[in-house]
Design a protein around this ligand. Structure first.
Ligand SMILES: Nc1ncnc2c1ncn2[C@@H]1O[C@H](COP(=O)(O)OP(=O)(O)OP(=O)(O)O)[C@@H](O)[C@H]1O
Length: 228
């Protein structure tokens, strides 16, 4: 039976290799870490150090070359229920035929939330992220920063147990970045959501409680997080 005291993610000696032979790159090398409900984690490190690959492994979107991972606190694997993890990744991920509000309500409809409630919650998330005026627009009509906020609204709206966000404020001005991070953290507090944010921005990292550092594929985490 699932209890609230189980981690939402556990990875042990996770590796992800690209290429083969002497061209093999270990984007992530022997990463071991645990995420507990409500954790607020920044993943920092230089460009190319493996932050995005780590988040993709944690989301179940990449298969590890070796190592084990599990999501005990989610009750089931994200392979079977994609809506239980909210993801906000760098690659354009909004569905192009759907407008903004339809994109944001989609994870809830997949979870069988009634359509009226899904629409209401989608609007509320857009209001929180100051993009409700864009509700009827198509993804191709959005700027990079607007799309980033819509993707974040979609990640938050189904109140997942775990949100993984890759540079969620990378295309935003300073003030908007602060507001967006605030919304993310408030939502996390309200719903006990664990948040893992990959970022280059020291100010963003300073607002989170725990720092994981990626260095050339190796993950350095606070000691307490490797032994639980
Ligand atoms: N699909 C892929 N095929 C081959 N190599 C890849 C692939 N994805 C990532 N890599 C390599 O793995 C390493 C880690 O990449 P990753 O995107 O995870 O780093 P990052 O820390 O997120 O970088 P950035 O901060 O620039 O987004 C890099 O050397 C990259 O070139």
């Amino acid at each position: 039976m699932t209890t609230l005291t189980e981690p939402v993610f556990r990875g042990q000696l996770l590796r992800r290799a690209y290429g083969s032979g002497n061209r093999t790159v270990y984007a992530v090398h022997n990463a071991t870490a645990t995420v507990w409900p409500g954790d607020r984690i920044a993943v920092t490190g230089a460009s190319g150090s493996g932050k995005s690959t780590l988040l993709h492994l944690m989301a179940g979107l990449e298969t590890p070359t070796s190592g084990n991972r599990s999501w005990p606190g989610l009750g089931r694997s994200p392979d079977r229920d994609p809506a239980s993890i909210g993801v906000a990744f760098q690659a354009p991920s909004l569905l192009s035929p759907l407008n903004v509000v339809e994109n944001v309500e989609l994870p809830m409809l997949l979870k069988s939330v009634p359509a009226g409630e899904a629409r209401e919650r989608a609007f509320a998330a857009l209001v929180d992220l100051h993009v409700d005026d864009l509700a009827g627009k198509l993804p191709e009509e959005l700027s990079g920063g607007q799309a980033q906020r819509v993707v974040l609204a979609r990640a938050l709206v189904s109140r997942p147990a775990l949100i993984l966000a890759d540079e969620p404020t990378g295309q935003l001005d300073h003030r908007t970045a602060d507001e967006v991070l605030q919304v993310l953290l408030e939502t996390a507090t309200t719903y006990g959501t664990a948040v893992v944010v990959a970022t280059h921005d020291r100010e963003v990292a300073a607002k989170l409680d725990i720092e994981w550092i990626m260095a050339a594929g190796s993950l350095i985490v606070p000691r307490a997080q490797t032994h639980q």
